[in-house]
Design a protein around this ligand. Structure first.
Ligand code: AP5
Length: 213
């Protein structure tokens, strides 16, 4: 099963991906996580990407498309994958189509998690992420069982550098200008499913499972 999670920053893509990995035994491919790992490793690509990320802007398409091309070739993608945070522009979506065509595969479903902007700021500024596995929690809406410790791997929970109220505004601007048009792109292909992302985390998971089976 090849699926994509779509939605604004903070809509709950990463949170839901963690449950779907376990249920469907397919990997999550998060371009945000891959970029953050490259920053920690201090690679040239990571250092270049950091400038955009800290400023709430999208990293250039050429960098992102290169990352995905390499990632989809890995053995663990053979049974399927969950795209999280990619594609984010029409150019990325078109490049993905080409890549998948060459591989003889296609996207089965795009799951959109619909959350209005006014809820996004509170979600992002209260988010805590695991330093080890990237799992997302929220101090109020989705707290870890043990404070400061990841439920999935026991890693330390930290605040992401770009999770400030100021950067969120810029990320939302980038989302509406560059990413939101993908809703129409995938709706026209008949694979878009629009879900209410404002429900409780467990309710959203149930709705996704109803769609994917
Ligand atoms: P990325 O890491 O993808 O960040 P993002 O877009 O800001 O998305 P998030 O990870 O913030 O949102 P999410 O939907 O996963 O939310 P989460 O589940 O954590 O990208 C970071 C940067 O990298 C970008 O700004 C860009 O610079 C660059 N980048 C990455 N991919 C790129 C690409 N393809 N092209 C170009 N540049 C790229 O949930 C958020 C919070 O809400 C959490 O605290 C969570 O606990 C809580 N929550 C989740 N669900 C619920 C719920 N149902 N009810 C209440 N709270 C909830």
């Amino acid at each position: 099963m090849n699926i994509m999670l779509f939605g604004a920053p903070g809509a709950g893509k990463g949170t839901q991906a963690k449950f779907l990995i376990e249920r469907y035994a397919i990997p999550q491919i998060s371009t945000g996580d891959i970029l953050r790992a490259a920053i920690v490793d201090g690679t040239e690509m990571g250092l270049e990407a950091k400038k955009y990320m800290d400023d709430g802007k999208l990293v250039p398409d050429s960098t992102i498309i290169g990352i995905i091309k390499d990632r989809l070739q890995k053995d663990d993608c053979k049974k399927g994958f969950i795209l999280d945070g990619f594609p984010r522009t029409i150019a990325q979506a078109e490049a993905l189509e080409e890549m998948m065509k060459d591989m003889g595969i296609s996207l089965d479903k795009v799951i959109s998690l619909n959350v209005p902007d006014e809820l996004i700021v509170g979600r992002i500024t209260g988010r805590r992420v695991c330093k080890e596995c990237g799992a997302s929690f929220h101090v109020e809406f989705n707290p870890a069982k043990e404070e400061g410790k990841c439920d999935f791997c026991g890693g330390e929970l930290i605040t992401r550098k770009d999770d400030t109220a100021e950067t969120v505004e810029k990320r939302l601007e980038a989302y509406h200008a560059q990413t939101a048009p993908l809703f129409k792109f995938y709706s026209e292909k008949g694979i878009m499913v629009d879900l209410d992302g404002t429900k409780e985390v467990e309710e959203v998971t149930k709705d996704i499972i109803k769609v994917l089976g």
